[in-house]
Each structure stands twice: as structure tokens, then as C-alpha cells.
Design a protein around this ligand. Structure first.
Ligand code: F3S
Length: 395
């Protein structure tokens, strides 16, 4: 691999041992993936920071970097962490709490600016900008909607890229790596549920290849995020070329006609609904905000729920977002069962250990991951259906 002078110096330890080790790992991965050089990045996003996922070994590793005085060389954000606070009776042990907070504080000391799975609300990359993000939904949004260039990195590699400001120049950093390999025409989703189900089904039909997707250009941004998050759960592709949306989508022009067509029909979508379809079940928890809600989405939901002063149900409602949101005071004092949670991810939390068995959500990504990681059953419903259900439980 060709390395410039700065990169050679980094490798030889002139920028410290941490940078040298981190760059060695990036070069090795890059060589395996056929990269012939490195590339400067302007924004890294680190994932995999939940105590429940990384355990003691992961914490020790991240803390040891901080202890050695490592610091991020580019603007860096990190994924949300486990939901560990706010449960007077059911809280996790002090040990779990303190270990999770250690990870957060180590990342902060290295320069992490925020903890969210929607880092584009903190700093929006421009089209053509090279970045290194882990977290599938953010990667898909960056490549497919913003036109930024990022591979779908693993958590540790994104951490090394943050520490060096470099990524290997392969995959979707190159124009060749951003070409669609199949065409999917979908029916335009009319609501969040349809957007999530469509993304989930398209991902299943395109498990690794970049699809050229027709039919999404008129949907609102929140639904697009929902589609992409669900697509990223069932597919390993780093982006989708969205007709009328992805910057530069026109350049694929006539070549689209030569690509194989992938059908995603009603039966596909129905199969996903059946997967999350125990609609009669009374949930222990409602979750909206996977991926994290935008300011506008959160305020809209809170306004809808503001008439609900006396919520009679035992079911809690979690609205999940990042610190980029400021909630007006009058919407901040709703029923205590309606909780706005910042900087956390319910999916990487052992919800079963909080006594939760069934969750209702509008997220296709949560539908896929909650049973695997949080060990709970899931039902998927449209966002507005969930809100109506909550309002029916209000006095
Ligand atoms: Fe975000 Fe966690 Fe969902 S990282 S996209 S809330 S699985």
C-alpha cells in the first residue's frame, strides 16, 4: 500500500504508540480489502459501546487507550449506550452502571462529541466528503441520502480511524464501489410502518449488494431514515442508490436497465408483519426512536401526547433521542410513564433484566435486533397507531 510521509511517520511511532498501532490495523484491513492507499477523513463515528455487548474486555481496551492519553484526531461521535439509569426499583446493579459510565467517560476524554446513532444531526457531512462511520443506519443515511463516502465500519476499526484521521481507500470510498448491482421498484410507503417493512424486505432480497431503489423520492426524511435503518438490519450493503434522492443518482443512467430486477411484493411485506405480528399482546414497553428521533419528530410526538395527563396503563413509553434536542418546558412534564431518553439505545440493553417481556415499536431495525440482543418479544406497529393506543390509555 502506498503511504504518504505523514502516514509513514504515524506508522513508525512519531505520533505515539497508540496512533502507530491503530494505523497498522487500518493498513492491514485495507490490504485485505485491496486498498492501494489511505484517505483522510473528516468525521469518525464509533459504535459498539454498550457494556452488554463489549463486556469487561471491551471496557479495559477503551479505558487503556484513554489512560495512555489517546485523543481523536478528527471530529468524532459515538453510538448511544445501554439504558442504565432512571429505574428506581428496577435499575441495573451499581457495577453495571459504573462500568457503562467508564466507557462513556473514556470516549469523552478522547474527544467524543456526542452519543447518538444519528450523528448527522450533530454534524452533517457534505456530498463527496470522506468519513469513517460505524453504525449501519448512519452509514446508510450518509451514503444514500447525503452522498458522503463511508464504508460500513466495525466499531474497533472506526475507533482506530478516529485516532488517526485515516481510512483505507476501498469499497464505497471509490466510485466503482458505489455502483448499484440490482434494481428494486417499491410501492411508495405511506407511513412509518410501511417504510420500515419495505426496508426490511428490500434488505432481505439484497443481502449484500447495493440496490438501485425506485419509489422513495417523495417520502419525508423520518420515513427515509426508518426505511434505511430496517434495510441495514437485514442487508450488509453500505448504501442504496435512491432514485431522485442520492446525490449523483442520475449518472447511473441507462446502465440501470441492464441490472437484474429484484421483486419485493406484498407477500414479502406481509411476511415481515407476521414476524412482528402478535398485535393482541399487551406490551410492557413502547419504543419510538430507533434510529434516534430528530428534534421535529420528538416535538411532534410530545405535542400529540400532551393531552395525556393521567396515563392509566402500566406500560412505559420511551421516546429516544440525542442531546441535539431541547425539549420545551411545557412538553417536558408529561406523565411520568412517558420518558424522553437521551444518548441511549434500548436494543443494546438487556431489557429482559428490567422485567420487560414484550415491546411495541415502529422500528424495523428494532424488530430485527431486540429479540437477539435485548431478549424480548417485539410487535411492530405504525408510529401513529402507537400514539393512538397510548392516548386510549389516558384518563
Ligand atoms: Fe440507534 Fe440502537 Fe436503534 S443504535 S438505530 S437506537 S438499535
Amino acid at each position: 500500500m502506498f503511504l504518504n510521509k505523514e502516514e509513514e511517520q504515524m506508522l513508525q511511532g512519531e505520533y505515539g504508540e497508540v496512533v502507530s498501532k491503530a494505523l497498522t490495523a487500518i493498513v492491514k484491513v485495507g490490504e485485505v480489502l485491496g486498498a492501494d492507499s489511505l484517505i483522510d477523513i473528516s468525521h469518525a463515528h464509533v459504535s459498539g459501546i454498550s457494556y452488554f455487548n463489549i463486556g469487561d474486555a471491551g471496557i479495559d481496551f477503551i479505558e487503556s487507550l484513554a489512560f495512555e492519553g489517546a485523543s481523536f484526531r478528527v471530529f468524532t461521535t459515538a453510538n448511544p449506550y445501554a439504558v442504565i439509569q432512571g429505574y428506581k426499583q428496577r435499575n441495573f446493579s451499581d457495577e453495571v452502571l459504573s462500568k457503562q459510565l467508564k466507557v462513556v467517560s473514556a470516549l469523552r476524554s478522547m474527544g467524543a462529541k456526542a452519543f447518538t446513532c444519528a450523528p448527522y444531526f450533530i454534524r452533517k457531512p457534505k456530498a463527496g466528503e470522506h468519513i469513517a462511520w460505524a453504525e449501519s443506519n448512519a452509514v446508510l443515511f450518509a451514503n444514500s441520502v447525503l452522498g458522503a463516502y463511508t464504508n460500513r465500519e466495525g466499531g474497533p476499526l472506526a475507533l482506530f480511524e478516529a485516532l488517526t484521521g485515516k481510512a483505507y481507500n476501498a469499497g464505497v470510498h471509490l466510485p466503482e464501489g458505489r455502483k448499484p448491482r440490482c434494481v428494486v421498484e417499491v410501492e411508495t410507503p405511506k407511513n412509518y410502518l410501511e417504510a420500515a417493512l419495505t426496508g426490511y424486505a428490500v434488505g432481505r432480497r439484497c443481502p449484500s449488494e447495493i440496490p438501485y431503489v425506485k419509489g422513495l423520492k417523495s417520502i419525508k426524511e423520518g420515513m427515509m431514515r426508518s426505511f434505511l435503518a430496517a434495510f441495514g438490519a437485514t442487508s450488509g450493503a453500505p448504501m442504496a442508490v435512491l432514485e431522485g434522492v442520492t446525490p449523483g443518482w442520475r449518472k447511473h443512467g441507462e446502465k440501470i436497465k441492464e441490472l437484474p430486477k429484484v421483486e419485493v411484493d406484498d407477500s414479502e411485506i406481509r411476511a415481515v408483519i407476521e414476524e412482528g405480528g402478535k398485535t393482541h399482546v399487551k406490551p410492557d414497553l413502547y419504543i419510538i426512536g430507533c434510529p434516534h428521533l430528530s428534534s421535529e419528530e420528538l416535538i411532534e410526538i410530545l405535542k400529540e401526547l400532551s393531552s395525556c395527563r393521567r396515563y392509566e396503563g402500566a406500560t412505559e413509553i420511551w421516546l429516544i433521542t440525542g442531546r441535539y434536542v431541547s425539549v420545551p418546558d411545557h412538553l417536558n412534564r408529561l406523565n411520568p410513564n412517558i420518558k424522553v431518553l437521551f444518548d441511549v439505545c434500548p436494543v443494546v440493553t438487556r431489557l429482559d433484566k428490567l422485567g420487560i417481556r414484550t415491546v411495541v415499536t415502529d422500528s424495523g431495525k428494532a424488530l430485527y435486533y431486540l429479540p437477539k440482543l435485548a431478549k424480548v418479544d417485539v410487535v411492530i406497529k405504525d408510529r401513529y397507531e402507537i400514539i393512538s393506543e397510548i392516548l386510549r390509555g389516558c384518563g
